[in-house]
Design a protein around this ligand. Sequence first.
Ligand SMILES: C[S@@+](CC[C@H](N)C(=O)[O-])C[C@H]1O[C@@H](n2cnc3c(N)ncnc32)[C@H](O)[C@@H]1O
Length: 459
Amino acid sequence: MKKGVEYTGVVTKLGFPNKGEVDCREDGVATVKGTIPGQTVRFVVSKKRAGKSVGRLKEVVEKSHLEDVTPKCPHFEFCGGCSYQTLSYKNQLSLKKNMVKDILDNAIKSEYDFEGIIESPVQWEYRNKMEFSFGDEYKDGPLALGMHKRNSFHDIVTVNKCRIVDEDYRKVMDCVLKHCSERELPFYKKLKHEGYLRHLLVRRTTRTKQMIVAIVTTSDEQWEKQAQLDVMVEKLRALNLEAELCGVLHIINDGLADIVQSDETRILYGQEYIYEELLGLKFKISVFSFFQTNSLGAEVLYSKARDYIGDTKDMTVFDLYSGTGTIAQIIAPVAKKVVGVEIVEEAVHAAKENAELNGLDNCEFIAGDVLKVIDDIKDKPDMIILDPPRDGINPKALQKIIDFGVDKMVYISCKPTSLARDLEVLQQQGYKVEKASAVDMFPGTVHVETVVALHRTDL
Ligand SMILES: C[S@@+](CC[C@H](N)C(=O)[O-])C[C@H]1O[C@@H](n2cnc3c(N)ncnc32)[C@H](O)[C@@H]1O
């Protein structure tokens, strides 16, 4: 295959998360992102990497047999948020299950029990957090607020009819966009580093029905005067929302990277945090602390993890990468002690408060990098729970974790390819995978969680 040339072929296989292997018969095979097995696609070869061709999708010439429903969301064609809305939920689950199983089968060297995929209790309006971007739908078009257009770095699609969030989000999004458009506020141009509006963060809990809204802008004082954010707050408070609006924040971010971070957070109204309930426990969460984005799905995931963790009576358990301490607190009532380690200080602070709120006095939460912190923990673990970020575990940290020599570990992962890499190391060093299960927390999208139970065999 030649770079810059167009080819047409059939997607035969899917690599995580959405990299289709396209068979073009005598012309060869290419990897094309954003495709679904069974589709016939036209693409242009954009890269050659180690002799392999990588293509950019131009057109789906023929749909896949898996695409058996009409997308419920009017933005689906353009929005880069969801990829699987043309698939019935049954087909989405089977696609994700097979993808996870293939990755695990390749990485796991001995017999193990693959328990399939557990579905999300809700397929629509499940998100308890969204991060929307300001921009325009096309160059110099009107102000937009929503998600990045599929395969686009610049263009934003206003997603005020998005189906994976509920009506409250849609009302807030409309209200903020209308206010900012009326005030003629410019969005922040990522390459020129100028402008004002950057992101809108919304958190809305499922069980407690509480909401927090944060508008992220640069520190430009001129635009700030024109913005009249106090007027926007009053408009937000006047909305007829199902949830209680507990806080409106103004986050200042002058950072050059296109990520949400705070140089300064100002409370425009109410408070900086809200509460959510999971499996009967209460959790205080802020806009920045990590919290699973599908609350009802999280209960399913944590229940599966708890099932794999098994009996922890009289045990000291390490919950590494503990976020706001959710897993630690689910285990604490049936363990001697739980030690959580988390790098975001604010999340650790929340974890401590949460433990107190839940009347748990056998949890300790330590702020810091797992790689460094575990050297200094006085307690010795009897079992370890791992729930690292997408890239998996730093190799040096993984070695230190293995050196504890615990009998049992449970690994929760949101990226099965990183999990597979870490499992290879764990197996080389005496651990055996007993069982694994995929859990779908993100219907409509390519994402999936995996839980794995391991035990040590070389004792
Ligand atoms: C997938 S989340 C899991 C959080 C938690 N277990 C839960 O279910 O809510 C991963 C967490 O690891 C934290 N993290 C990332 N790198 C870390 C590191 N090097 N050391 C400690 N924590 C880290 C992140 O801030 C995030 O809270």
